[in-house]
Design a protein around this ligand. Structure first.
Ligand SMILES: [Zn+2]
Ligand SMILES: [Zn+2]
Length: 165
């Protein structure tokens, strides 16, 4: 979405509403394409006493995999997109400032970057996901695997017996 900044910069109190969807289906996160649903953006760009702020929320539902057990997970993700838009940068300006030298502001890249930066590094199907057995690879959320039987005392005794033979 392209915003025409001139009318916003030229009058205090001027604003433009933002309400649109962004397709990020081409984005890769952890080797997957999790954006099967569009990202919905709602907010505004407003001139508050001469300072132009972009203030929006972006949300979507991502198709990701659990970092421990690789189960498919629907992850509701939300990001704050908050920036001050300036037409020239001073030394004391910081990263949350966006420099817009022309009269148009391309929102898509700003939202894309903020949304990806605010995603968690890891996704879990649940806080207490037991993960996969490092030995046999079985999903331990579905029950214990046969590796545990190695410490069964009867089997241990049998193993000892066959050693003795
Ligand atoms: Zn899991
Ligand atoms: Zn196992």
């Amino acid at each position: 979405m392209i915003i025409n900044l001139d009318p916003i910069f030229s009058a205090e109190g001027a604003f433009q509403e933002i309400d649109y969807s962004l397709d990020l289906s081409g984005e890769t996160v952890n080797g997957l394409h999790p954006f099967s649903s569009p990202v919905n953006i709602k907010g505004e760009i407003r001139n508050h006493t001469g300072i132009v702020r972009l203030d929006a929320k972006a949300d979507s539902v991502l198709d990701v995999e659990c970092d421990r057990c690789a189960a498919k997970v629907k992850y509701p993700a939300c990001a704050d997109v908050e920036h001050i838009i300036v037409r020239s940068l001073n030394d004391d300006d910081n990263d949350s400032f966006i420099l817009a030298e022309g009269s148009q502001l391309e929102l898509d890249d700003i939202i894309r970057e903020d949304f990806l930066l605010q995603l968690p590094v890891k996704f879990l199907c649940s806080e207490d996901c037991k993960g996969l057995c490092p030995n046999c690879g079985k999903n331990l959320n579905e029950g214990p695997c046969s590796c545990k039987k190695e410490i069964d005392p009867r089997l241990a005794a049998l193993a000892q017996f066959s050693d003795f033979e």
